[in-house]
Design a protein around this ligand. Structure first.
Ligand code: BES
Ligand code: MG
Ligand code: ZN
Length: 479
């Protein structure tokens, strides 16, 4: 894995010796440029828009001006995006050490955090499997210069690093990021953050009554894992926040086999769990005063002599029976047991789940926004605030009773499909709702569109896992 894991800080401009850096980036606002700079920008057909880079071409100077738009419309997200353009340029030109003047004056801590997040997030490249020079990572350091709020920037570094680690889990293929690897990662994070980590193997969770998860996992030889992480940073009697993630480490579709084209991308089907692990990874460093529990059911979805079949009826952890009409709608099946387990053994303040659950959400919202469905409107309002803060778009879809009726089965309590050709993303959530205790405020994030293939975000590498929604959750829980 390659990314910049820490920032250097230089308070005094006088100490900045240009020669040490391949590039010194200086912030510029479109409305406050002096005449000379305005001239320079115009000569390169630029106006100072967010992320624009303008070079002092007439000499050997390494100074690069970066645009931040109008000074009266500063946003944290614009700071992140501008940071992304700077680092993207440095990576493309194989620069080693760069200095970036911090654009923050009196905007407050969060702007500084966001700028630092942008620098770290955009430094990420997935190069692990190149054995030639394409595997070389040249960037060595990023120095923040000026009146930077160091504590806030350091928080940005922690959060950015956690996102990059999660991207890595997603980018490694299904023969590397296995359920066993995810369990290992949870154990490492648990050690770092003083968390209790419990892992149930196939025999244990089958014995415990997780027939739905066991059904999906019965077709694979790769050992499945049911992973629980408990962080207790708050008071003993304080209700925990519950996070559940789909850890489907490769989705072939099972007997309801997926088409071959782009099937390789189903290595990303554990990105819901990568959100959960990313949040816990950051928590392990930030050590906030709160209680958080994470649950990840993890398995491949394969086909073969022992695989489950369409028509099979499974019994979930809460005793409800499920008619399997398509073995490719497996995410909801493994989550059913995780949500039921959480509902039985915990009394959370609220519960969030994250899953690459449906192709339909990509049709609905593209790779731009995460689908959001919930049983609690005030939870949704809070999520929307964090979405605005972090620039990670969510869009709510309804979860009316009529949709829940569509997952009722003729032969069992529920079926794992909705009505053919209708509201596929909502059907997924409607199914999950049957396994959530009714008094728990709960929200479901369908991240199938936003966890990879994100375009036009300077701080997210194309064709990479994005690590999106981790920052939103950290903001929401107030870590
Ligand atoms: N992992 C897929 C969803 C998915 C599809 C994620 C495309 C990313 C891109 C999920 O397990 C799945 O196969 N869902 C089916 C559900 C259907 C059978 C009701 C789908 O979306 O086709
Ligand atoms: Mg599937
Ligand atoms: Zn899947």
């Amino acid at each position: 894995m390659a990314y910049i894991k820490e920032l250097k800080f230089l308070k005094n401009h006088k100490d900045l010796v240009d020669e040490n850096y391949s590039m010194v980036a200086v912030p510029t606002f479109s409305d406050t440029m002096d005449k000379e700079l305005d001239q320079l920008f115009k000569s390169q057909n630029k106006t100072g828009k967010v992320g624009e880079l303008v070079f002092e071409i007439d000499n050997d100077s390494r100074v690069v001006y970066y645009g931040l738009g109008s000074s009266s419309e500063k946003t944290p997200e614009n700071f992140r995006r501008a940071a992304g353009e700077i680092v993207g340029y440095a990576l493309a030109h194989k620069y080693k050490d760069i200095a970036v003047e911090c654009p923050v004056s009196d905007e407050g801590e969060y702007f500084c955090q966001a700028f630092a997040e942008g620098l770290i997030l955009s430094s990420y490249r997935f190069l692990d499997y190149f054995t030639d020079e394409r595997g070389d990572y040249h960037l060595n350091s990023i120095t923040m210069v000026g009146a930077c709020k160091e504590e806030a920037a350091k928080k940005g570094v922690i959060i950015g690093s956690a996102v990059c680690d999660s991207r890595d889990l997603g980018n490694h293929p299904g023969n590397v990021t296995t359920p066993t690897r995810l369990a290992e990662f949870a154990t490492e994070v648990g050690k770092k953050g003083n968390m209790k980590v419990t892992i149930f193997d196939r025999e244990e969770f089958t014995e415990m009554g997780m027939g739905s998860f066991a059904g999906v996992a019965q077709g694979t030889n790769e050992p499945p894992k049911f992973i629980i992480m408990e962080y207790s940073g708050g008071k003993k009697d304080e209700k925990p926040i519950m996070l559940v993630g789909k850890g489907l480490t490769f989705d072939t579709g099972g007997v309801s086999l997926k088409p071959g084209l782009n099937m390789d991308q189903m290595k990303f089907d554990m990105c819901g769990s990568a959100v959960v692990f990313g949040v816990m990874n950051a928590i392990a460093e930030l050590k906030p005063n709160m209680n958080v529990v994470a649950i990840v059911p993890s398995t491949h979805n394969m086909l073969g002599g022992s695989a489950y079949r369409p028509g099979d009826i499974l019994t979930a952890y809460n005793g409800k029976t499920i008619e399997v009409l398509n073995t490719d709608a497996e995410g909801r099946l493994i989550l059913a047991d995780a949500l039921a387990y959480a509902s039985k053994h915990y009394d959370p303040e609220y519960m969030l789940d994250f899953a690459t659950l449906t192709g339909a959400v990509v049709v609905t919202l593209g790779h731009i926004a995460t689908g959001l469905m919930s049983n609690n409107e005030s939870l949704v309002e809070n999520i929307k605030v964090s979405s605005d803060n972090t620039g990670e778009h969510v869009w709510q879809l309804p979860l009316w009773d009529e949709y829940c009726d569509q997952v009722k089965s003729e032969v069992a309590d529920v079926k794992n499909l909705g009505s053919p050709g209708q509201a596929g993303t909502i059907a997924g959530a409607a199914f999950l709702k049957a396994f959530v205790r009714e008094d728990i405020p709960w929200a479901h994030f369908d991240v199938a569109g936003t966890s990879y293939h994100v375009e036009n975000r300077s701080y997210i590498q194309k064709n990479s896992a994005s690590g999106q929604v981790i920052r939103l959750v950290l903001d929401l829980i107030g870590a």
